[in-house]
Design a protein around this ligand. Structure first.
Ligand code: ATP
Ligand code: ATP
Ligand code: MG
Ligand code: MG
Lengths: 259, 259
C-alpha cells in the first residue's frame, strides 16, 4: 500500500510546505505516484500547486471530519502523477470539532483506511502540517508510517526539535507503534551564516544518519515558484533549489531501499 | 493604564518573536516600562530573553488558565525596565482547556484586569503569539488595544494577511470593539530579492499608512542574539538589525502621539 509520510515541525516558517511540494514533485519526476494532503488551514501547499480557492470544493476538512473518501477529494496537478487534497480556512475549526468527537486522534487513519487498501492508488502520501502540535498534526502522525522533519539551521528552530522528537516518540508509544522518523532535512542552508554550520554539526552529532546528506540551500527561486502555482521543477529546473530537491528525492528513495 | 499590543501572524517564521523581543527592548531603552507575555508553547521569547526552563515556575499558562495574578508571574530581564511572563510546553494544553471552559475567549482579559487598573505598573504589554489563529491568539486579541503584524515579504506570507485582517475585524465586531491595527512591519527585508520589492509595493498600496515606514532588514545578528539570551540592543548595538528596531520603536511612539 502507499507509504504515508507526514512533513512536520511546530516551528513556523522552516520550509515544511516548500519541502512537501518539491519533494513530492521530484518523486513524481522519478516515476512515482504521489498524493499531497494539505493539513494547514492557510492552504499554502494548495496555492503552491496552483489550486485556486474556487477549485477547493472538497477539502481535507471533508476527508478528516465528514468522512469523505480521500479519492473523491483528489485534485490533479499540472504534473501528471501528482495529486493534492486541498485545504482552506474551514480546516481551522477541525481541531475543536475533533476534540469533541470519538475519533480525536484516529479520525484521519480511519478516513485513509479505504484508500490504503488499494496498492495501485499511489506510492506515497505526504501530509503538509501547520506549525503546531495540535490535533491536525497528531492525526497526521497517528496515520503515518514516518515523519519527515524540515529543520532551518537557526537557534529557535533547534530549540523546538527535541520537543518534536518527544512528541513523535509519545505517539509511537500510545497510538501508532509503527511510526518512525524518516529523517531530518536541513533547509534554507546558507553557508555564509556561521550559525548554519554550528546547527548542522549539532544535528549530525546528535542524530547521525537520521539527518539527510542532502541539504537544501537558500534559493530565491524556491520562494518565487509558489506565486506561479508551480513546483520548482517546472518553474526553474536549472536552479540550485531544484537540483537539491531532486537529490533529496533520490536519497529518500535510496533510504526506502528502492531507487 | 498600560497599552496592550498583540504581535500576531498565523504564518510561521515571519519574525513575531524577534519583533516582540527587540521592539520591547528598544522601547525600554527609550525610557518606557514594558512587559512581554510569551503566549507561544515553544517559549522562544522566554529563551530569547535569557529565562531558562528552570526559572519558569509561574508561566502564562498559570495566568491564563489558573488565574494567577500577572504581577506574580513577572520575571525581570537583565535590561532594567523589561519584564517577561515566560511560557513552556504546558501552554499547548491551554487551547483545549479554554475550549471547555466558560471564559473561552475572555480568560486573558479577566486575568489582566487587575494589572491594568494600576497605571504605574507598565507603559506597554506586548503579547508574542504562536503561528496559529487558535484560542491563545484570540484571547490575546480580545484583551488587546491593538495588533502589530510582522510581515515577511514573501508570497506565502502575503497570502495569509487578508485572513488575519478579517479575523481582527471579526474580533472587533463580536468581542473587543476597541481593537485596532497598530500596523504592519516588514521583516527580513532583503533588497536583492525582487519579491521583496513587489510585496512592499503591494502592502503599501493596499494598506497605506498602516505599514510602518521602518523596515527590518535581514541581519544575521538578529538570529544569533537569542542563542545568548539577549536582545539585539545588548548583543550587537552597532548592527543594522539593532538600528532598525530602534527606529521602529521611535516610529511606534510617534504613532502613539507620544515621542
Ligand atoms: N530553501 C529556501 N530558499 C529560499 N526560500 C525558501 C526556502 N524554503 C522555503 N522558503 C521560503 O521561506 C518561507 C517559509 O517556507 P514555508 O512556507 O515552506 O515554511 P513552512 O514551515 O511551511 O511555514 P509554516 O510554518 O507557516 O507552515 C516561504 O516564503 C518560502 O517560500
Ligand atoms: N530580520 C531578521 N534577519 C535575520 N533573521 C531573522 C530576522 N528576523 C527573524 N529572524 C530569524 O528568522 C527565524 C524566524 O523568526 P521568528 O522566530 O522571530 O519568527 P516567528 O514568527 O516568531 O516564528 P513562529 O511562527 O515559529 O513563532 C528565527 O530563526 C529568527 O532568528
Ligand atoms: Mg507551511
Ligand atoms: Mg515566534
Amino acid at each position: 500500500p502507499p507509504k504515508v509520510v507526514t512533513v512536520v515541525n511546530q516551528k513556523g516558517g522552516v520550509g515544511k510546505t516548500t519541502t512537501a511540494i518539491n519533494l513530492a514533485s521530484s518523486l513524481v519526476s522519478l516515476g512515482k505516484k504521489v498524493v499531497l494532503v494539505d493539513f494547514d488551514p492557510q492552504g499554502n501547499a494548495s496555492t503552491g500547486l496552483g489550486v485556486g480557492l474556487e477549485d477547493r470544493t472538497l477539502t481535507s476538512y471533508d476527508v478528516l471530519v465528514d468522512k469523505c473518501p480521500l479519492k473523491d477529494a483528489l485534485v490533479s496537478c499540472r504534473q501528471e502523477g501528482l495529486w493534492i487534497v486541498p485545504s482552506n480556512s474551514d480546516l481551522s475549526s477541525a481541531d475543536l470539532t475533533l476534540a469533541g468527537g470519538k475519533e480525536k486522534v484516529t479520525a484521519f487513519s480511519s478516513s485513509l483506511a479505504e484508500f490504503l487498501s488499494d496498492p495501485k492508488e499511489a506510492d506515497y502520501i505526504f501530509v503538509d502540517c501547520p506549525p503546531s502540535l495540535n490535533l491536525l498534526t497528531i492525526n497526521a502522525l497517528v496515520a503515518s508510517d514516518s515523519a519527515l522533519v524540515p529543520l532551518q539551521p537557526e537557534f529557535f528552530a533547534l530549540e523546538g526539535l527535541s520537543q518534536l522528537l518527544l512528541t513523535i516518540r509519545d505517539i509511537r508509544k500510545v497510538a501508532n507503534e509503527s511510526l518512525r522518523l524518516e529523517g531530518v532535512v536541513l533547509t534554507m542552508y546558507d553557508r555564509r551564516n556561521n550559525l548554519t554550520g554550528q546547527v548542522e554539526e549539532d544535528a549530525r552529532k546528535n542524530l547521525g544518519q537520521l539527518v539527510f546528506e542532502t541539504v537544501i540551500p537558500r534559493n530565491v527561486k524556491l520562494s518565487e515558484a509558489p506565486s506561479y502555482g508551480e513546483p520548482i521543477l517546472s518553474y526553474s529546473p536549472s536552479s540550485s533549489g531544484n537540483k537539491a530537491y531532486m537529490m533529496l528525492a533520490e536519497e529518500f528513495l535510496k533510504r526506502q531501499g528502492g531507487l
